[in-house]
Design a binder for this molecule. Structure first.
Ligand SMILES: CC(C)(COP(=O)(O)OP(=O)(O)OC[C@H]1O[C@@H](n2cnc3c(N)ncnc32)[C@H](O)[C@@H]1OP(=O)(O)O)[C@@H](O)C(=O)NCCC(=O)NCCS
Length: 212
């Protein structure tokens, strides 16, 4: 397997971004889980040593994607992946902060550190991400970082669709206005969000001011 090249740790905003390794993956295996509708982010599978090794190998493999862990004083607090070769721009995905570390701006800070690094290291046509419309905490962070909704669409999200057949009406209710049953399957409303190069970012506790 050819390993992807990674820069030395990307530092900024009080944290550093490192590639996945055994120590960090073992820490992430212990992160709390959120369950439906965020079950796709749950990392409990990393407790199994074989699956952990396979995940680390996959995340270090050469290709268009880079996978970073956000680390504060040796503690894994978040993760984010980026597709450097998406035709639409530099595509951020798998944005995930451990529930134990949420509401401290980890999401905003790790994305800011990564985007500043990428902007400085080359010419990027801007950043893009997609996000299910119920992920309102994520959208607050994205807007503070200068992302705007470029498009709203309905899409088939296999993992959510499969769970929707199983979960109770109580669990489904909070996302009811974000889902619909059409053409024989469940669809989820999804935003395409874009950030133009150089757009100002607010990383520390000022999201509310920006929205006001
Ligand atoms: C969305 C997520 C990445 C946010 O991480 P975070 O580090 O807590 O984000 P930030 O601290 O930068 O906060 C973002 C905003 O959400 C708010 N927020 C985060 N968690 C919250 C909670 N449990 N209750 C209320 N508000 C919350 C913050 O207060 C902040 O709002 P503000 O701008 O008004 O201050 C994290 O909750 C997560 O991993 N969720 C599950 C996976 C997910 O949804 N990923 C994004 C998919 S597109």
């Amino acid at each position: 397997m050819v390993q992807a090249e990674y820069p030395p740790a990307i530092e900024g905003e009080g944290l550093e971004l490192r590639p996945w390794d055994e120590d960090l993956a073992a820490q992430m295996a212990k992160w709390g889980i959120r369950g439906f509708p965020y079950h796709a982010f749950d990392l409990g599978y990393l407790k199994d040593p074989a699956r952990r090794a396979s995940a680390i190998a996959g995340f270090r493999e050469e290709g268009p994607h880079r996978h970073f862990v956000a680390v504060e004083d040796g503690t894994a607090v978040g993760r984010v992946s980026v597709n450097l070769r998406d035709p639409a721009g530099c595509y951020l995905w798998s944005v995930h902060v451990a529930p134990e570390h949420e509401r401290r701006g980890v999401c905003r800070r790790m994305l800011a550190a990564l985007m500043v690094y990428l902007e400085r290291s080359g010419t990027w046509p801007g950043f893009i991400l997609t996000s299910n419309s119920f992920a309102e905490h994520a959208h607050r962070a994205y807007r503070a970082l200068g992302f705007e909704i470029a498009e709203t669409r309905w899409h088939f999200d296999r993992e959510i669709a499969e769970e929707l057949w199983r979960v109770s009406p109580e669990l489904r209710e909070p996302i009811a206005r974000h889902i619909r049953f059409q053409d024989g399957r469940w669809q989820v409303r999804n935003f395409v969000m874009r950030r133009e190069p150089g757009t100002p970012m607010i990383t520390r506790g000022a999201g509310r001011a920006l929205r006001a």
